[in-house]
Design a protein around this ligand. Structure first.
Ligand code: GDP
Length: 468
């Protein structure tokens, strides 16, 4: 290791020790304090110094992450491996002869939001990839584009769509029958419960992916989103023109504030202050590394009122947002082409932010996170969710291994032993996570740092032909 690497490592070491010494001495003082004013003084000092100590440690870790051009190496790895996957998908989706090819015909039958529908198409493509089948999405009117998916995006399975007599019969049981083409209607609750579905990644790329990326499943799903985000020229033009108007420059932080129909049905309401705490923190860190003349934030939201509120509350920031009403997501034009352009543009720009705060309960936030991974080396820690942990709708259990045993201290906590694993339900972002101990069957809380992701690998075709 280089001197810079060793110095960065020593800084982290010192920081961690100093952090604990500080906490311990202050907590002992707190224990002996009786006067309310003394307690308040101490707690305020701990909050302030604690934040500064944390920031310093995060900064040292940033150095450690980027020292010796490791960041360039990560980016190179991500691009190279990404290109391999894109080539594989391309060859799978463009067979020379459709009559000799097993197809997976996917009818998207639900009427959900754009992110939800796009994730269903991703689900079909992953199923196709894992079963060596060309995916075909039949041309049908689509709520977001009345003349069909293929008028906005590049068609999926185009060469085979045009051939007559090729569509198979519907598979009433929604299982992929071996050796024949299948036609399956994909709906919200329809799931082929297969071990190749996310959060699994292909066994043949798992080791390489794990070396450079902190969240391999997100990177893997991102490759499918990237493959799908290929537009017709008219769409491309509309998006580019929209972006030009916004005066986009980096570095920039992004926030996605999902409100309207989601709030109180599928997710809680989060105030702008909750997003901005993280944004402020990110800018404070950035200032340690480079001059920041203007703090800029890209705001995407389905609620047109958020922009005024946030501008009023944070006058020292420049907020960039698409305020073209015809492109916004208000209920009147939600399913029109212009509104589709608006949402595509928002997802693309969120994915290009250097840091993003959003809610993983929203498919738009998850799409942005997935896509973000494909333009970076490892952007798994560039996104902060205010609610759920990252997931893929219909995923198999998210399993984590225990790094350290946990003794329950309170009634809602569970015991974890060496060699246990948990099916994780969520991180409460207060130091605790919730999950089910797969050995004892108990569900409850434990300290979040005591578990770590266990990557699920699935055997998938190797597609060696295009790896050169
Ligand atoms: P979810 O409901 O947030 O999980 O995501 P969906 O994509 O399934 O449905 C939300 C819909 O609301 C989207 O398809 C958009 O039409 C709209 N929407 C949500 N957030 C935004 C946003 O930031 N920008 C735009 N333009 N539309 C949004």
């Amino acid at each position: 290791p280089s001197l810079r690497h060793e110095e960065a490592r020593r800084h982290v070491e010192t920081n961690v020790d100093e952090f604990w010494r500080y906490m311990r001495s202050k907590l002992y003082k707190l224990k002996d304090s009786v006067k309310k004013e003394d307690i308040e003084l101490l707690v305020n000092a701990m909050l302030k110094d604690g934040q500064a100590l944390h920031r310093s440690a995060v900064n040292d870790l940033y150095d450690l992450k980027n020292v010796d051009d490791i960041d360039k190496w990560r980016l190179m790895e991500s691009m190279e491996l990404g290109e391999i996957i894109q080539k594989r998908l391309n060859s799978l989706q463009h067979p020379k002869n459709c009559h000799n090819t097993k197809l997976f015909v996917c009818e998207i039958k639900n009427n959900c939001g754009f992110g939800c529908e796009l994730h269903h198409v991703v689900y079909c493509l992953i199923t196709g990839y894992a079963n060596n089948r060309t995916v075909v999405i039949p041309a049908t009117p689509w709520q977001y584009a009345p003349s069909g998916w293929e008028t906005v995006f590049q068609p999926i399975g185009a060469p085979c769509l045009q051939e007559k007599g090729i569509l198979p019969e519907r598979d009433p049981h929604n299982i992929l029958r071996p050796d024949v083409s299948s036609l399956i209607g994909v709906e919200n609750d329809m799931r082929i419960n297969a071990d190749y579905l996310p959060l699994a990644v292909p066994d043949d790329i798992a080791d390489r992916l794990l070396r450079f990326h902190g969240d391999p499943p997100a990177w893997w799903i991102g490759q499918f989103v990237k493959y799908l985000f290929k537009f017709q020229p008219s769409t491309q033009k509309a998006i580019e023109e929209g972006i030009k108007k916004l005066n986009w420059t980096t570095p920039i932080a992004g926030i996605h504030v999902r409100r309207t129909d989601k709030v109180n049905h599928e997710a809680g309401k989060h105030e702008v202050e909750e997003y901005m705490v993280y944004v402020e923190e990110w800018y404070d860190l950035l200032k340690k590394r480079q001059p920041v003349l203007k703090k800029r934030v890209f705001l995407a939201s389905d609620d047109p009122d958020v922009i005024q509120e946030i501008q009023r509350k944070y006058p020292d920031y420049d907020f960039i947002s698409d305020q073209d009403v015809s492109r916004s997501a208000n209920p009147q034009n939600r399913y029109q082409l212009t509104s589709l352009y608006g949402v595509l543009q928002d997802i693309i720009l969120l994915s290009r932010c250097n840091y993003l705060v959003c809610t993983f309960s929203s498919q738009i936030c998850r799409l942005a996170y997935e896509l973000m991974q494909t333009h970076n080396g490892d952007a798994s820690s560039n996104v902060q969710s205010l609610d759920d942990m990252f997931y893929f709708g219909g995923q198999t259990e998210h399993i984590m291994d225990v790094r350290e045993p946990h003794d329950p201290k309170e009634q809602n906590e569970i015991r974890l032993d060496w060699n246990d694993s948990v099916a994780i339900a969520g991180n409460h972002w207060n130091g605790y996570s919730k999950g089910r101990n797969r050995r004892t069957g108990e569900t409850g809380l434990f300290l979040a740092y005591k578990v770590k992701d266990k990557l699920k690998r699935a055997k998938m075709p190797l597609y060696n032909v295009t790896d050169s």
